[in-house]
Design a protein. Structure first.
Length: 295
């Protein structure tokens, strides 16, 4: 899925300006206000209105100084804050979507083992229910409980990582198509509306992870103004919830692209797949061999 995410995000680098630079201005203003209030006067708005009074830090400056702050200093600080938030978001994405680095191997193994144990217990309960009298509602509830942990046996320490990995596993298990090698070719046969839906899902995922990055960055003003801790927790919680929803959407749309256009991809590559027929694992294995080219 790393290939899929990278391909979807290529044309959207410019949107980081909207996602990070504009919120950076709000962040810089909020940080300045937090430093002005401090822990002691955390709820005193009078300390903020004093900034623009005659003897305040802003009211006592010349017009040129105020313009310098507004036109030069504020955009630079906002951009720096945006880059810092982007760095925090990239680090979070690395932990949520990819295998963890070797330095975190021990906690990664423990978290993965705990998630695998939960999944196996839910799977065993589901299988046991299958052996008895069929109760559709009960089976659906048990399947939903198992799928809430992961759609496939967990191999990653996070839900997001396993949700994206499940696309690779499910497409390979059903069609014998390799997602890494097949995705760039599949993208070329998708309809414009299908491509746009995938891009929109990726944009929403970027925005959600960026919101989590801002949540992490908001911990810095909390050193001066303790209510910022609640703001940081709120931003991170909302961003995490949106991230999970966006990851699920990206995964569903990517898998749907293989379901709907896998046979078309095979036909475009010259393989014999009758019209209105689905891609079989046998043909899918031949397509994968062709795409890998002995790699």
């Amino acid at each position: 899925m790393n290939t899929v995410l990278a391909e979807l995000g290529r044309k959207y680098a410019e949107r980081w300006v909207t996602l990070l630079l504009l919120p950076g201005t709000l962040y810089v203003a909020g940080t300045a206000a937090a430093c002005r209030l401090g822990h002691t006067h955390w709820a005193d708005p009078g300390r903020l209105t004093a900034l623009t009074e005659r003897g305040g830090p802003i009211g006592g400056r010349t017009v040129s100084s105020v313009w310098l702050l507004a036109v030069v200093v504020l955009p630079v600080l906002s951009a720096a804050a945006g880059l810092a938030a982007r760095g925090a978001a990239a680090a979070l994405g690395r932990l949520w979507f990819d295998p963890w680095p070797r330095a975190l191997d021990r906690p990664a193994r423990r978290l993965t083992a705990a998630r695998a144990a939960r999944w196996e217990a839910a799977e065993a309960e589901y299988r046991a229910e299958l052996e008895g009298p069929a109760v559709p509602d009960r089976l659906d509830a048990l399947a939903a409980r198992r799928n809430a942990v992961a759609l496939v046996p967990p191999r990653r320490p996070t839900w997001c990582g396993d949700r994206l990995r499940a696309v690779d596993a499910r497409v390979w298990g059903w069609y014998r198509l390799d997602v890494v090698f097949g995705w760039p070719r599949l993208w070329l046969v998708l309809l414009p509306a299908e491509q746009e839906a995938l891009r929109a899902a990726r944009t929403e995922l970027d925005a959600a992870v960026a919101l989590c990055g801002w949540g992490v960055l908001t911990l810095l003003p909390a050193l001066c103004w303790w209510p910022a801790t609640a703001v940081a927790a709120g931003l991170f919680a909302v961003g995490l919830r949106r991230t999970r929803a966006a990851v699920d959407t990206v995964a569903h749309l990517t898998e749907a692209a293989f379901d709907l256009r896998g046979a078309l991809l095979a036909r475009r590559l010259g393989f014999d797949v009758p019209a209105r027929s689905r891609l079989t694992p046998q043909v899918g294995a031949r397509v994968t061999a062709h795409l890998r080219k002995h790699a």
